[in-house]
Design a protein around this ligand. Structure first.
Ligand code: IMP
Length: 447
C-alpha cells in the first residue's frame, strides 16, 4: 500500500502559515476543503484558533480541522497534535449545537493528551519567567523574557512526549490499566513544580475524568496513519492543515519565542505518518501585513495610529485568548524565509482589504544588523531583536476591496502590491482574500 509518485502528489496539498500564525489559514482551508476527501491537522493543539465565516456565521475552531465545516469530509486529528480532551469535547458539542455534522471527525490514538498538570506547568513557567525578567540578578531584561504562551499546556505536553514514560496518548484514555500508572508517574515527576504553584491534583480524580472523556471520544479514536494511507492508496485526496505559523516553528522560528511543534510542511510526515514524497502542492498563507501574539521580536512592529487602524479593521484579537495582536508592516524577508522552509509552490494573500485607505504601504525588504544590510531572516529571537527593518514604500489604495471577485476588479495599486510579493518571494500568488466570507476569495487565473 505504498503511497508515492506523482499521482499521489497531485492529490495532496498542504496549507501552512508563512508568518507568526493567524494568517487566515482556516478560511483558506474551508475554501479548498470541497476538493479533498480528508482534511488533516498535524501539529499544535488548542493554542491554535482558526476562524471561518459561513453565511455570516462565525465559527472558531481550535483543535478540529476546518474541513469539518464541509459535509462528507473526513476531519483527521493526526498524531502530531496535542489534544486537550475537554477543549475537544466542548468544540464538538459547540459545532453540533449549531447544526454542524461532526461524524467525519477521527482522532489518532497516538496523539498526545494535554493534561491539567501541563496547563498548570505552562502557567507556572510563564510566571517564573516574568518574575525573572524583573529580577535584577538577571541584569538585562532582554536576556530573560516570558514567551507569552497561550497557557494551554502545549509546551509541557510536547516536553512530556519527548520524555516518554509518563506521557498519555489518546489511546490510553481507553485503557485504565495503562492510564492510571502514567498519571501517577507524571504527578510524581512534577510533585515539586506543582507544589510550588500551589496546585494539588488528585490522581484518582484525574484518572476518572480522563476515562470519562475516553468513553465519550472512543468512537473517534483510531489508527489514523493507516486510515490516511488507505485514503491515498485508494485514489483519494488529502489536505494538510498547518496550525500556528512557520515563524513559531520550534526548530526554524524565532526561538525561544516559538510554540512546541513543527509548524512548517516538514511537520506533516512526523505528525501524520504520510511520507514527504507524498506531499505535492504547498500553499503558504500570508496576511497583507504582519501580526504577532505573545512576546518575541517583530522587526516591522508599529505602535501608531496605523497599527490601531489595522487592528480594528482586521479584528486582530486572538481567537483563542482574545489578546490584542501586535501589528506591523508586511515583512517580506520573513515571508520569503518561510516560503523557503516550506517549499511553498503558491501563496494566498489574506486580509488585503484591511490595508484599504492607507496612503502609503511599507514592506520590509531587508534588515540592518550590526551596521550591515542583509536579506536573510535571523531565526534567533535574540539576534532578530537587534534587526532594523529596511523598507520599500509602495502606493496605497483607497478603494474598498470587499466586493472584488477577480484580479481585474482590484485597483491597480493593490495588484502592484501583490506583484511585488510575487517578485520578492519568487512564488506565485494563487489566491487573494478580501474579507472573511467564503465568497470573498479571488482565485488567480493565469493564462
Ligand atoms: P504556546 O503555543 O501556547 O506555547 O505559545 C507559544 C507562542 O506561540 C506564543 O507567542 C503564542 O502567542 C504563540 N501562538 C501559539 N499558537 C498561536 C496561534 O495559533 N496564533 C498566533 N500565535 C500563536
Amino acid at each position: 500500500m505504498a503511497v508515492a509518485g506523482t499521482s499521489v502528489r497531485n492529490r495532496t496539498m498542504a496549507v501552512v502559515g508563512l508568518q507568526w500564525g493567524d494568517e487566515g489559514k482556516g478560511k483558506i482551508v474551508d475554501t479548498l476543503a470541497e476538493s479533498f476527501d480528508a482534511v488533516v491537522r498535524y501539529n499544535g493543539g488548542a493554542n491554535a484558533g482558526h476562524s471561518v465565516v459561513i453565511n455570516g456565521q462565525r465559527f472558531a475552531l481550535h483543535l478540529i480541522p476546518a474541513g469539518i465545516l464541509t459535509p462528507g469530509k473526513k476531519a483527521v486529528i493526526g498524531n502530531g497534535v496535542v489534544v486537550d480532551p475537554e477543549a475537544l469535547i466542548r468544540e464538538i458539542d459547540g459545532l453540533a449545537s449549531r447544526g454542524v455534522d461532526t461524524s467525519g471527525l477521527v482522532i489518532s490514538d497516538r496523539a498526545h493528551v494535554v493534561m491539567p498538570y501541563h496547563q498548570a506547568e505552562d502557567g507556572l513557567r510563564e510566571d517564573i519567567l516574568k518574575r525573572a525578567a524583573e529580577d535584577e540578578e538577571f541584569g538585562d531584561s532582554t536576556k530573560v523574557s516570558h514567551i507569552g504562551t497561550t497557557r494551554r499546556g502545549i509546551g509541557p505536553c510536547y516536553a512530556e512526549k519527548v520524555q516518554r514514560s509518563s506521557a498519555v496518548r489518546m489511546g490510553d484514555l481507553l485503557n485504565a490499566s495503562t492510564l492510571g500508572p502514567k498519571i501517577e508517574l507524571a504527578l510524581r515527576m512534577k510533585r515539586a513544580t506543582l507544589a510550588e504553584a500551589g496546585v494539588a491534583l488528585d490522581p484518582k480524580t484525574l484518572l476518572a475524568k480522563a476515562l470519562e472523556q475516553g468513553v465519550r471520544l472512543a468512537p473517534m479514536i483510531q489508527d489514523t496513519t493507516y486510515l490516511l494511507h488507505e485514503v491515498l492508496a485508494g485514489g483519494g485526496s488529502a489536505l494538510f492543515e498547518g496550525a500556528n505559523g512557520s515563524l513559531l516553528d520550534v526548530d526554524h522560528g524565532t526561538y525561544p519565542f516559538v510554540t512546541g511543534s513543527s509548524c512548517t510542511s516538514a511537520g506533516i510526515s512526523p505528525g501524520t505518518g504520510v511520507p514527504p514524497s507524498a506531499i505535492g502542492r504547498v500553499l503558504g498563507i500570508m496576511k497583507a501585513y504582519s501580526t504577532r501574539v505573545g512576546a518575541g521580536p517583530m522587526p516591522t512592529e508599529l505602535h501608531d495610529d496605523t497599527a490601531h487602524r489595522i487592528r480594528e479593521r482586521g479584528r486582530e484579537y486572538g481567537t483563542t485568548t482574545g489578546r490584542p495582536r501586535r501589528v506591523g508592516w508586511l515583512d517580506l524577508v520573513a515571508v520569503k524565509y518561510a516560503c523557503m522552509l516550506n517549499g511553498a509552490t503558491g501563496i494566498a494573500v489574506t486580509l488585503l482589504d484591511v490595508l484599504g485607505g492607507i496612503d502609503e504601504l511599507k514592506v520590509c525588504v531587508g534588515y540592518e544588523v550590526d551596521g550591515k544590510t542583509t536579506d536573510r531572516f535571523c531565526a534567533d529571537g535574540g539576534q532578530l531583536a537587534t534587526a532594523r527593518p529596511v523598507f520599500k514604500t509602495l502606493a496605497g489604495f483607497k478603494e474598498d476591496l470587499a466586493g472584488c471577485r477577480s484580479m481585474d476588479q482590484l485597483p491597480a495599486a493593490a495588484r502592484a502590491y501583490l506583484a511585488f510579493v510575487e517578485e520578492f518571494t519568487g512564488v506565485p500568488v494563487e489566491m487573494v482574500s478580501v474579507g472573511p466570507g467564503r465568497e470573498q476569495t479571488i482565485t488567480v487565473r493565469r493564462t
